[in-house]
Design a protein around this ligand. Structure first.
Ligand SMILES: Cc1cc2nc3c(=O)[nH]c(=O)nc-3n(C[C@H](O)[C@H](O)[C@H](O)COP(=O)(O)OP(=O)(O)OC[C@H]3O[C@@H](n4cnc5c(N)ncnc54)[C@H](O)[C@@H]3O)c2cc1C
Length: 397
């Protein structure tokens, strides 16, 4: 390796920490700048496809993840109005046999903690809280990042992993605010003992309805129960952590089967997310600055891949640096070239899956008929390109 680089990562979410861990593993010094007073994650669930477990394996983190994950035996969709099963896809051994890796569920805070612990174990990672990137500039040899406090840091390159409302993206891509999808998510997590046996389900179950759906699944070895209810609304509140209006939610699910209404009624406080994405772009790097995760390719959650794609980004970025012998400008170009079509495809397919889940009228009947008449795994077969994942040792040929 040439002289180790000093890389600055803006954002200490799952993407930023994954990048720091990978890049430090390549021998570089990494400074992570997190604007919040402490590193942490919102308490909610994340689904992780086999493509992400492939990355955990590659990164040597499988054991740490397995200790806190939950592995569901299947994933299904029911019609929220009639209760009829639309489709069920077996997971467990079936997913392992098809993709070589499992399909798992994890508490976001637990996944974040896995990466935080991994970074803390790397002496070359410097983790800084209360460090908000305010602006940056670059010349032929370095980048200078100015924090909101006025402090200036110098490094060889900057990676903007600063999420959906990325400051770094504003300067690099300049495509304005994210696209507000008009879809709102309400989320809550219950302890297992607070879910009556007749409402508990070991699987990922999505109740699809007209312009609404509810998805629930167990987390953390089955000790928690995650619920996310989504509906179309014009409300817009920037941020990921505001309180939801239970009355509005209950109204949206007024036609749901009693089981769903009973489940929803057990939750006193919902947290709300306004769901946004962006049009895919092919260029998210500018010389010594690049983007990663939601900053580069924010997507709707309908394929449950946002965090997973951020982790794949981190792995590819590490490989690009290795492949270019640490020529950051060339590496950033190769990295985005390798990533933009795959992540763009996830962004666009996620929108399409949202339409399928929320179908109404004839569209809904056709969906049910199509899935029910098909193979058990029909709903998944079209996603093979995604779940097969990437092959880190076979890039850039
Ligand atoms: C309802 C919902 C369900 C989801 N379900 C799944 C799922 O099942 N599976 C999945 O893989 N993904 C899922 N996702 C997507 C996933 O949550 C995101 O894609 C992922 O968290 C993105 O990680 P990130 O690190 O890129 O960005 P973020 O998590 O947004 O992290 C960005 C970090 O940067 C910090 N920051 C921002 N600006 C600055 C600044 N100027 N200076 C310093 N720090 C800054 C922020 O405080 C934050 O810590 C879901 C998303 C939603 C909304």
């Amino acid at each position: 390796m040439t002289k180790p680089l000093h890389l600055i990562v803006a954002g200490g979410g799952i993407g930023g920490l994954a990048a720091a861990f990978v890049l430090a593993g390549k021998g570089h010094t990494v400074t992570v700048l997190e604007q919040s007073a402490a590193f942490g994650e919102i308490g909610a669930g994340i689904q992780l496809g086999p493509n992400i477990f492939k990355m955990f394996d590659y990164l040597g983190l499988t054991e740490a993840v397995n200790q806190v994950a939950y592995f569901p035996p299947g994933l299904g969709m029911n019609d929220v109005r009639t209760g009829e099963q639309v489709i069920r896809v077996p997971l467990g051994e079936t997913a392992r046999a098809a993709y070589g890796y499992p399909y798992g569920l994890i508490y976001r805070a637990d996944l974040h903690q896995v990466f935080l612990d991994a970074c803390r174990a790397q002496p070359q990672v410097r983790l800084r809280t209360a460090s908000k990137l305010a602006s940056f500039e670059q010349d032929a040899h370095s980048v200078r990042v100015q924090l909101a406090s006025g402090e200036v840091l110098q490094g060889d390159a900057l990676i903007g992993a600063d999420g959906l409302w990325s400051r770094v993206r504003e300067a690099v891509v300049g495509d304005g605010k994210p696209r507000v999808s008009g879809h709102i998510a309400y989320r809550a997590v219950l302890k297992r003992q607070d879910v009556p046996a007749h409402l508990w389900n070991d699987e990922v179950l999505l109740w699809g309805g007209e312009r609404t759906h509810l998805v629930h699944y167990p987390l953390r070895r089955g000790e928690l129960f995650n619920l996310v209810a989504v509906f179309h609304s014009d409300k817009y509140d920037e941020g990921w952590n505001t309180f939801g209006d239970s009355a509005e939610l209950n109204e949206r699910f007024a036609n749901a089967v009693p089981q769903v209404r009973e489940l929803l009624s057990r939750i006193e406080t919902w947290k709300m997310w306004v769901l946004c994405d962006r049009e895919p772009v092919r260029n998210w790097s500018d010389r010594r600055v690049t983007l990663l995760g939601d900053a580069a390719h924010p997507m709707l959650q309908y394929l449950a891949q946002g965090a997973g794609q951020a982790i794949e980004d981190a792995v590819v970025l590490g490989q690009a640096l290795r492949h270019t012998h640490d020529d950051v400008q060339q590496a950033f170009q190769q990295y985005q070239q390798e990533r933009y079509l795959r992540t763009g495809r996830v962004q666009l397919t996620a929108r399409f899956y949202g339409d399928i889940y929320h179908a109404s009228g004839v569209q809904r009947e056709l969906r049910n008929q199509m899935f029910q008449g098909g193979q058990e795994s029909a709903g998944f077969a079209g996603l093979k390109w995604m779940y097969q994942g990437i092959d880190p040792d076979n890039l850039f040929h």
